[in-house]
Design a protein around this ligand. Structure first.
Ligand code: ATR
Length: 266
């Protein structure tokens, strides 16, 4: 019997997850169906209950339901707990496992080009996207500094991660250099550029934007000011999906060809 999965969001019609999971299913021979489901803004819990009662095996969660999904989960992985938000649920009769695969997806994509162990990494932002990627970055051995416009939020984040990240403000950045700068702010959505000094990249540094689909002002700035590798978040999107697929099916899809196919659609 075909096992059913879905991504739940609002909006959700733009989601590439159905396409990616269909490609995974074809590649691995797993018999699954995967669809996008629009939940009313006040109706996530009801939508989820409906999926459970109709035999769905798992779902991905996207904006704005990741925090609510975290609260509804009856068990959380270490990554889900640290992120305080989940993008993946495994549905069983009596329990609901919540995981966050965003951070491991980011680390896998970065690791194609840069070994994070011992590297100085600057993370821009202290919102939900930043929380989602911190634990896997620390576990990969990065030495992590978080910078945020609103300093109270980075202080709160530092406490949540038991002081394992350094924090600073934008005015404190000049004079500091990093091997990797990751944009986890929402600045790209409004075509804005976080206030970075031009000498922020050390030799051979990488710039990574969690957004994908367009070249953000951050990516443009990074190309102009010495980043050797500039990446958008498409690889992370595929890698986080692969980790969800693995959690549900116990089979790990091969991602390189799929990222390539999404970048260069026929
Ligand atoms: P998300 O869940 O995508 O992280 P969020 O929780 O609203 O969304 O957080 C957005 C983040 O982007 C915040 O860290 C925000 O900084 P503030 O906390 O100071 O508002 C950051 N951000 C948005 N626009 C920015 C800009 N132009 N420059 C720097 N940081 C920006």
């Amino acid at each position: 019997m075909t096992d059913k999965y879905a991504v739940i969001g609002n909006p959700v019609s733009h989601s590439k997850s159905p396409l990616i999971h269909a490609m995974f299913a074809r590649q691995t021979g797993q018999d699954i169906a995967y669809e996008a489901i629009l939940a009313p803004l006040q109706g996530f819990a009801e939508t989820l209950a409906q999926l459970r009662s109709t035999g769905y095996c798992g779902c991905n969660i996207t904006v704005p339901f990741k925090f609510e999904a975290c609260k509804l989960a009856t068990q959380l992985t270490e990554r889900g707990k640290a992120a305080q938000a989940v993008n993946t649920l495994k549905l069983e009769d009596s329990w609901l496992l919540g995981d966050n695969t965003d951070g491991v997806g980011l680390v896998r994509d970065i690791s194609r080009s840069l070994l994070l162990q011992g590297k100085r990494v600057l993370l821009l932002g202290a919102g939900g996207a930043a929380y989602g990627v911190i634990l896997p970055l620390l576990q990969a051995g990065a030495s992590l500094t978080v910078v945020n416009r609103t300093v109270e939020k980075s202080q709160k984040l530092q406490t949540a991660f038991d002081g394992k990240v350094d924090i600073c403000s934008y005015p404190e950045l000049p004079g500091k250099q990093f091997d990797c700068v990751i944009n986890a702010t929402s600045s790209g959505l409004s075509k804005e550029m976080p206030d970075l000094p031009v000498a922020i990249f050390d030799a051979g540094a990488m710039a990574y934007d969690l957004m994908y689909g367009t070249e953000t002002p951050f990516m443009k700035f990074s190309r102009q000011h010495g980043a050797t590798i500039v990446m958008d978040g498409l690889g992370m999107l595929v890698e986080q999906a692969a980790e969800s697929f693995f959690l549900w099916r116990g089979v790990r899809p091969e991602t390189t060809a799929i990222i390539k196919a999404l970048r260069n659609p026929q």
